[in-house]
Design a protein around this ligand. Structure first.
Ligand SMILES: Cc1ncc(COP(=O)(O)O)c(C=O)c1O
Length: 383
């Protein structure tokens, strides 16, 4: 590339960055050493983190680490090839069997990440001439998969079953196949989808439903299962990777047709072994699994917020700059609560996203509630 070209490239990047900076929307990577427990060290400062999705503290559990170490020693650091070539190490198959059993499904398919799973699922099932209905607050990777499919994409207002029904009535007839995309627990709001109503509408209109369970697995009562249940190994399971649980024919089809499975290297075997051990712990230690939600409810009760529906509690602040300021003030008091800003959330709804974990103790939760009460006015918090 000639120097001139790289000059215009750098100028482009600098100008874009200046715009982001001016709107308090520039993002930065901060080196963070997590653990033990809820501890996180950032820039030499020891903090109590309320921003991790490791809801049961299993990323540092000695049993999970031991399972990963054994697999690492036996199978090596990387998978070495796509799963369809030689990258399908034994821990992946064992994990799939356990995930399918956990979800009450015939089969499961492990992907390189939850994001990759969602990039692969929709395009393997629907395409041009088909219809996707997606909750407006669905995760970015649900939207990305929907777009890649080439189907018509219609958003419905968050958790609005009436709008979903109207969209099905308006568009289902013209489409060959229809797919509804939603989340069991919404990642930035912590609320849950009305799955009984959505699944019943899906039945009425012969639509298929995919539920993203990234933030639900192991920490909320699952309720009804959808025909397509996807999720991640990176949150409650403390590891890395993604999965889909479904019927055997659907999993077999995806194994041949999901591009984000076929054309990418398999998950490192140690990540699968860690997730498998974590899933066994989730199933065996029910008291641990109940703790994050109980702590979240303690927090919402202390602040007079609506009762938490999951371990995720949004504390709305409003403007991005104000959210950054509250987050910085909390950091000086020893808490790590990262501000969430647009475009991750809608403009004007920048927030603290507080995530509770089994490794927090009640004293830490109460201290955070007190700090938040003193920094965020009541009216703002209520949204
Ligand atoms: C709802 C939801 N779906 C999917 C993902 C992606 O999962 P992964 O981190 O495994 O790529 C995330 C977050 O990371 C998420 O919050």
């Amino acid at each position: 590339m000639s120097p001139n070209h790289s000059h215009s490239l750098d100028a482009f990047a600098a100008e874009k960055l200046a715009g982001l900076e001016a709107a308090a929307l520039r993002r930065r990577l901060v080196v963070t050493a997590r653990g033990p427990g809820a501890a996180a060290e950032r820039e030499g400062r020891g903090l109590v983190s309320f921003s991790c999705n490791d809801y049961l503290g299993l990323a540092h559990d000695p049993r999970v680490i031991a399972a990963a170490s054994e697999a690492l020693a036996r199978y090596g650091a990387g998978a070495g090839a796509s799963r369809l070539v030689t990258g399908n190490a034994p821990p992946l198959a064992a994990l799939e069997a356990r995930l399918a059993r956990h979800k009450g499904k015939q089969a499961a398919l492990v992907f390189g990440s939850g994001y990759l799973a969602n990039l692969g699922i929709a395009p393997a099932l629907v395409g041009p001439g088909d219809l996707i209905l997606i909750d407006e607050l669905g995760h970015s990777c649900l939207f990305a998969g929907a777009k890649m499919s080439g189907a018509q994409v219609v958003r419905f207002a968050h958790n609005d079953v009436g709008q979903l029904r109207a969209a099905l009535a308006a568009h289902r007839g013209a489409a060959r196949r229809a797919l509804i995309l939603t989340e069991r627990v919404f990642s930035m709001d912590g609320d849950r989808a009305p799955l009984p109503e959505i699944l019943s509408l899906a039945e009425d209109y012969d639509a298929w439903t995919l539920v993203d369970d990234a933030h639900g697995l192991g920490v909320v009562e699952p309720g009804l299962r959808a025909p397509l249940e996807m999720g991640t190994l990176s949150k409650t399971l403390g590891s890395y990777g993604g999965y889909l649980c479904a019927s055997r024919p659907v999993i077999d089809l995806l194994t041949s047709r999901a591009r984000s499975l076929v054309y990418t290297t398999g998950l490192p075997p140690a990540s699968a072994a860690a997730a498998l051990r974590a899933l066994e712990i989730v199933e065996a230690e029910l008291e641990r699994a109940a703790r994050p939600l109980a702590l979240a409810r303690r927090f919402t009760a202390r602040l007079g917020l609506p009762e938490a529906e999951s371990p995720i509690v949004p504390v709305l602040v409003g403007e991005a700059e104000a959210a950054l300021a509250v987050s910085a003030a909390l950091e000086t008091r020893g808490f790590l609560v990262v501000a969430i800003r647009p475009p991750t959330v809608a403009p004007g709804t920048a927030r603290l996203r507080v995530a509770f974990s089994a490794v927090h103790d009640e004293g830490q939760v109460d201290a955070l509630a007190e700090a938040v009460a003193s920094l965020v006015p009541d009216r703002a918090r209520a949204g």
